[in-house]
Design a protein around this ligand. Structure first.
Ligand SMILES: Cc1cc2nc3c(=O)[nH]c(=O)nc-3n(C[C@H](O)[C@H](O)[C@H](O)COP(=O)(O)OP(=O)(O)OC[C@H]3O[C@@H](n4cnc5c(N)ncnc54)[C@H](O)[C@@H]3O)c2cc1C
Length: 404
């Protein structure tokens, strides 16, 4: 029988959800380890636009629900963490922009929608001054400053992983001989790790799946009755070029959709050249297009928005990526974080980067309801820290944005 390692919680997945929870659980005294299959920040988190929303989308629908109130609290909660005085310490996370802007577009319908949206956004939206708005929008209709702001996702993931070196392990992806299987031990599960260097049984009181798209396969491996995942595909676009000014902007369309026609965030590539990362309706509708056609459509949008930049040399790329969510009736978009608990497994989806704190509240609450208090951390009499290193010798790398 291989040796066994006991812990309170095993988290699968080192995106924003898993790492935020690692911080909350460790601070509460839970003995916790996190296993990552690819790279920290993995899939969705590193490729998020990084907008910490304040409820614009709900406001555009004209209705406030519990969920829109939850998201309206997020900018303040995140700001406290970034200031170093919140529930977790994100003082090492860089802000890409302290504000986000919304432009009604050149058409008349967009102007009305911007007006309605700005009146209703919780926390208020202000008309942007000429000096703060992107220069290319001066004298081109209403621009509003939203309570939203933008975090640099790469520094966010690093800040979340900071100080947890002995808790985060790479479980190996392609080419690795390590296999992980769940085995039943009475009412509980054990995680069997079999590697070239040895084997280990990990006994946890709760297994927490924060693996995004990987939640489906993990749920099946753990024998859960109801894996519930839905994927929302996007074709994002990045454009790199020295002529692109720093811009954080929703461009509204003329219709009544709550999704902006285009959402632009600014980044820098490895050579410090400006990158515009383009989402919104462009990315949703783009899944039906080839990469070449999507780039053509994006290029036409840029030419309309910023004709001078469109004349310069630009490098275009597409990224096919899924947003992963709990399945909802009719494939509806869930508007709040949620979890599904079955025996000793909790499957968790933040739905938005911004909602990671809400997901963490939900998990902490679930543990309290289940009577899972911090337990093993103070009680372990033998030093078993070497056991994990014997089967997981390498820490995971950090993921990098696709334009690098
Ligand atoms: C293009 C795009 C833009 C977005 N923009 C925003 C935005 O501006 N604002 C916002 O609030 N939200 C945004 N979102 C949503 C947000 O990114 C996600 O809701 C959030 O990042 C999900 O985090 P996660 O940790 O659940 O998943 P992920 O970031 O996908 O992380 C899951 C991790 O689990 C790992 N994994 C998978 N299987 C296993 C396994 N078997 N064992 C161990 N590890 C495993 C993966 O490698 C990965 O690292 C965006 C999403 C996309 C796709």
């Amino acid at each position: 029988m291989p040796p066994s390692y006991s812990t309170d919680i095993v988290i699968f997945g080192g995106g924003v959800a898993g790492l935020w929870l690692l911080n909350r659980l460790a601070a509460a005294g839970y003995r916790t380890i996190l296993l990552e299959r690819e790279a920290l920040g993995g899939v969705q988190s590193i490729h998020a636009q990084g907008i910490i929303h304040g409820g614009l989308k709900y406001a555009l629908h004209g209705a406030f629900s519990g969920a829109s109130r939850a998201i309206a609290d997020m900018p303040a909660r995140w700001r406290e963490c970034i200031a170093g005085s919140g529930e977790i310490d994100l003082s090492a996370c860089k802000l890409s922009s302290p504000s986000f802007y919304l432009w009604s577009g050149d058409g008349p319908g967009g102007g009305m929608k911007a007006f309605l949206g700005s009146k209703a956004v919780v926390g208020g939206a202000e008309v942007a001054t000429e000096t703060e708005m992107p220069g290319f929008l001066r004298s081109r209709g209403a621009v509003y400053r939203l309570p939203d702001f933008v975090v640099d996702t790469h520094s966010l993931i690093r800040a979340l992983a900071q100080g947890h070196a002995g808790r985060i392990f790479a479980v190996g992806s392609d080419g690795s001989e390590t296999t992980l299987t769940f085995e039943r031990a009475g009412e509980r599960r054990e995680l069997w790790v079999r590697g070239t260097e040895g084997s280990l049984r990990i006994k946890a009181r709760r297994y927490l799946f924060c693996a995004g798209e990987g939640n489906q396969a993990l749920s099946e491996q753990a024998g859960l009755a109801t894996p519930r995942c839905q994927l929302r595909p996007l074709k994002m676009v990045s454009v790199t070029g020295a002529a692109l000014p720093e811009t954080f902007l929703h461009v509204l369309g003329a219709g009544l959709s709550a999704t902006p026609r285009l959402t632009i965030t600014s980044h820098r590539d490895a050579n410090d050249t400006p990158v515009w990362y383009l989402g919104g309706e462009l990315a949703e509708a783009g899944v039906a297009r080839t990469d070449a056609r999507q780039i053509e459509v994006a290029r036409a949008m840029l030419a309309e928005l910023l004709p001078e930049a469109a004349m310069h040399e630009l490098e275009w790329r597409c990224l096919d990526i899924n947003r992963t969510e709990p399945a909802s009736p009719g494939g509806r978009r869930p508007d709040n974080a949620s979890l599904c608990a079955e025996q000793d497994v909790i499957v968790a989806w933040p739905v938005k980067l911004a909602l990671a704190p809400v997901l963490a509240d939900q998990v902490m609450n679930r543990l309290r309801v289940d009577g899972i208090k911090p337990g093993y951390a103070g009680r372990s009499r033998v030093d078993d820290s070497g056991l994990l290193a014997s089967v997981f010798p390498d820490p995971p790398a950090f993921a990098r944005p696709f334009w690098n």
